[in-house]
Design a protein around this ligand. Structure first.
Ligand SMILES: *[C@@H]1O[C@H](CO)[C@@H](O)[C@H](O)[C@H]1NC(C)=O
Ligand SMILES: *[C@@H]1O[C@H](CO)[C@@H](O)[C@H](O)[C@H]1NC(C)=O
Ligand SMILES: *[C@@H]1O[C@H](CO)[C@@H](O)[C@H](O)[C@H]1NC(C)=O
Ligand SMILES: *[C@@H]1O[C@H](CO)[C@@H](O)[C@H](O)[C@H]1NC(C)=O
Ligand SMILES: *[C@@H]1O[C@H](CO)[C@@H](O)[C@H](O)[C@H]1NC(C)=O
Ligand SMILES: *[C@@H]1O[C@H](CO)[C@@H](O)[C@H](O)[C@H]1NC(C)=O
Length: 439
């Protein structure tokens, strides 16, 4: 039975308002965690016509004037090898630890492909995660996003739903055998423009799984999500990548610097004129149906700076702050939170990035700035908007060593003393998380 069903059964039996347990590291109802994926590559790394990098979670918190509740880092499976010293490149946990806060680590693991890692590689990952979450070691909460955007065709592992599910279960089984302190985030891409100009794979097993409307081709009538769904017992959070890059009808790739519709986030997850096929409403199909928390694993609005090959500065259009603000207001607003109560975490993609044109190749790609905290106007607008939502947004607090992440759940580290066992913390979700698995 699902928790929601158990809850309504209790309600019937006892006439009580049963408390439904929260998922692993899920904040209390009415609370939302906001954070970022920052560009911590070496400063000056050319990632565009601008040089980027050199950012860090600590610098981000300082700019924002708040302690972000979550930071994203990524690594590969198998781990990439350093060209300098031959070491294995795990995500640099110190970047998050340096904030001295209890921010959640959202770790993205990109498989090189589904055939490029061994059981030993998975075991190394499991022990790494066990160490990070161990109360006697790093003592940090971790959300793990494995093989994200698997419903797209831009990663080697993409659009292979049958194999994805098998590998998902393999990873989850291996990690859960070592630790129960890791929350698994199942995270496709939003389905606007699905199937992203991809054609149906030659592999019959995968093709049959993808062609949900059985018309022999991959098209917008095919379910972009369910072929990849492993079942709720294998998932703790559902995630989505969700971006606004300009009006899709303005050219390829979009670079018109228009603002998104004000309900853009809703259209992207539930369908709408500028969104995905409304026959496949992501929030309803997964977060609501399975009572699972939803995270925007990465997302944001882009301000287009230049387009190759001329590199001329593009017209500002609606303007950087308006473009960014229209997007963040499409989810950071009270109506949204009451409409989508399971939407509990959001991560801005805090990068400036050269985006290739996926259709025609590199030649006319666009350099886009997704950063909220870089430009002083955008930052001030954001600070003002989040101040108005202060009772909803849950920021990180000072890290206290030795606290069991499971007792924190989706709340905040208890601040009174180093021991967690007797403290209730400030989140009402304390101690409900972690011990609960859906059945
Ligand atoms: C990891 O991050 C810390 C900053 O907290 C930095 O001092 C260190 O050099 C980084 N390590 C690597 C291998 O990049
Ligand atoms: C991945 O595995 C394939 C064989 O399955 C091999 O050809 C390829 O070189 C591997 N790539 C990497 C980056 O290890
Ligand atoms: C886990 O931590 C132990 C103890 O500090 C250490 O010996 C081991 O190498 C770590 N394993 C991984 C995979 O990080
Ligand atoms: C086709 O896909 C299935 C499921 O992922 C896999 O088991 C099978 O090996 C694939 N067949 C070929 C010929 O690659
Ligand atoms: C959405 O998907 C449904 C179900 O396959 C299909 O009937 C409909 O034509 C699709 N809508 C669009 C706009 O493609
Ligand atoms: C707030 O969220 C709702 C969806 O629940 C949406 O309709 C609305 O456009 C959003 N934006 C603003 C600025 O209200």
């Amino acid at each position: 039975m699902y928790r929601a069903e158990i809850a309504s059964l209790l309600l019937l039996l006892f006439g009580l308002k049963a408390t439904v347990a929260l998922g692993l590291y899920e904040p209390a109802d009415g609370k939302v965690i906001w954070g970022a994926w920052v560009d911590s590559s070496v400063a000056g790394t050319p990632n565009s016509l601008l040089t980027a990098g050199g950012d860090s979670p600590t610098l981000f918190d300082k700019r924002l004037g708040q302690n972000a509740g979550v930071f994203q880092l990524s690594q590969n499976l198998p781990l990439a090898i350093s060209v300098y010293d031959g070491s294995k490149l795990t995500a640099n946990l110190s970047l998050v630890e340096a904030t001295k806060t209890d921010a959640i680590l959202f770790l993205t693991v990109y498989p090189v492909s589904f055939t490029n890692y061994t059981d030993e590689d998975i075991s190394t990952l499991a022990y790494q995660l066990s160490n990070i979450t161990d109360p006697t070691l790093s003592s940090r909460r971790v959300l793990l996003r494995f093989a994200p955007e698997m419903n797209g065709n831009w990663f080697a592992y993409g659009m292979q739903p049958v194999q994805f599910i098998a590998e998902w279960k393999r990873i989850v089984t291996a990690v859960r055998a070592i630790t129960n302190r890791v929350a698994f985030v199942w995270s496709p891409n939003s389905a606007n423009e699905y199937p992203f100009a991809a054609t149906i794979p030659t592999n019959k097993t995968e093709a049959t799984a993808l062609d949900t409307n059985n018309n022999g081709v991959l098209d917008n009538g095919d379910d972009p999500f369910t072929p990849y769904w492993p079942g709720s017992e294998w998932v703790d959070w559902v995630g989505i990548s969700l971006y606004w890059k300009g009006n899709p009808s303005s050219g390829t790739p979009p670079h018109d610097n228009s603002a998104s519709p004000s309900d853009y986030w809703t259209q992207m997850v539930q369908g709408g004129p500028d969104g995905s096929n409304a026959s496949f409403p992501f929030y309803t199909m997964f977060a609501a149906k399975y009572d699972l928390p939803l995270v925007m694993s990465e997302g944001g609005a882009a301000f287009a700076l230049f387009q190759a090959p001329s590199s001329a500065t593009l017209p500002v259009g609606a303007g950087q702050t308006t473009i960014l603000q229209t997007f963040w207001r499409s989810y950071l607003n009270a109506t949204f939170f009451s409409t989508f109560p399971k939407a509990k975490m959001f991560m801005n993609f805090e990068f400036v990035k050269y985006d290739e044109d996926s259709v025609t190749g590199e030649d006319n790609g666009v350099t886009r700035d997704y950063r909220i905290t870089w430009n002083s106007d955008s930052l001030a607008a954001f600070q003002s908007d989040i101040a108005a939502l202060s009772s909803t947004l849950q920021w990180a607090v000072t890290f206290v060593a030795g606290v069991d992440p499971l007792t924190i759940g989706g709340g905040q580290t208890p601040q009174s003393g180093a021991s967690s066992s007797s403290s209730s913390g400030s989140g009402s979700s304390t101690a409900k998380s972690g011990s609960v698995r859906k059945s």
